[in-house]
Design a protein around this ligand. Sequence first.
Ligand code: CU
Length: 155
Amino acid sequence: MMWLLLGLIALVVAFAPLPAQFVAPQARTFQVDARQFAYSPSELKVNPGDTVTIQLVSTDVVHGLYLDGYDISVQADPGQTATLTFIADKPGSFRFRCNVTCGAMHPFMIGKLTVGTNDWLYRSVGLAVLAAAGSVAYFAFHSHHENTQHATPNT
Ligand SMILES: [Cu+2]
């Protein structure tokens, strides 16, 4: 009975929709400064369905921004701003990188776009707590059972 209950709770923790998933898509604009050899900011977070606008500003030489997974890119000339707009319809973490050879450390000019809430993290924490509770319950039950067995011959 207890296992059934724990199992049900585990299912709820793992699969129940969280309110965060019902957040309406919105338009988000990020200004990303590009310089040798970094983006600032280098981590962007949006919700699935958001309309994302990245204003890429090159502060020194020509830089680009290519977004993995979405296969889209933009290039900004020195001192100029280039705009990239897309709908974040694919959840997950995607790397973006400079796609214009801008110098020695160019391959390290990368950033990350995260599409989606981090609810998997809370879910895995929830499952870990449940697993701990489950093993405590198991050992409690097991030791009680053994005590009963040992007690039997004496009666
Ligand atoms: Cu580059």
